[in-house]
Design a protein around this ligand. Sequence first.
Ligand SMILES: CC(C)(COP(=O)(O)OP(=O)(O)OC[C@H]1O[C@@H](n2cnc3c(N)ncnc32)[C@H](O)[C@@H]1OP(=O)(O)O)[C@@H](O)C(=O)NCCC(=O)NCCS
Length: 145
Amino acid sequence: MRIRKALKSDVKQLFLLEKKLFSKESFPLSKGSFRYHIKNSSLFVMQEGYDIVAYVLVLVKRKDAKLYSIGVDDSWRGQKIANRLLQKSIEELRKLGFVTLVLEVRVDNLEALALYQKIGFEIQKRLKAFYGDGCDAYLMKLHLV
Ligand SMILES: CC(C)(COP(=O)(O)OP(=O)(O)OC[C@H]1O[C@@H](n2cnc3c(N)ncnc32)[C@H](O)[C@@H]1OP(=O)(O)O)[C@@H](O)C(=O)NCCC(=O)NCCS
């Protein structure tokens, strides 16, 4: 199993994984979006054999870094894969000179919330009805220096 930068040739697999991870209501990323992010964002994948079993996507814009999405295939969960991917992103962001990493997460996504808190993210505020279905979000922040 290895972590590496996503390549254009990964788009098809990333898209299939995304469809498994997120329902239509959660606006899964399209193939076009993955193509865009491979060029313009920080996108790491976890590869096992020929398969991509997880990915992490961080949007980078001048001084700001935002964790946009992270997902691990169902059958590979609970093996610290998300943790390892996030650590890899964080390592890269530090090298690039970013000082904070922010994210929004659904308040009912307890697995993700636990993951982020374990890594050291802190809740900044609660964003009311942030998602289309009325669910609130937590805005979280991690200091990288
Ligand atoms: C959230 C998600 C990425 C976690 O992936 P994972 O590889 O299983 O997580 P890890 O094994 O690295 O777990 C790291 C930590 O996260 C927390 N965590 C992960 N899954 C958990 C669960 N089911 N219950 C409670 N805590 C959990 C724990 O603190 C865990 O540390 P520990 O194992 O030492 O207790 C995965 O469940 C997933 O893909 N969910 C669907 C997509 C999603 O909601 N993404 C986040 C929003 S974009």
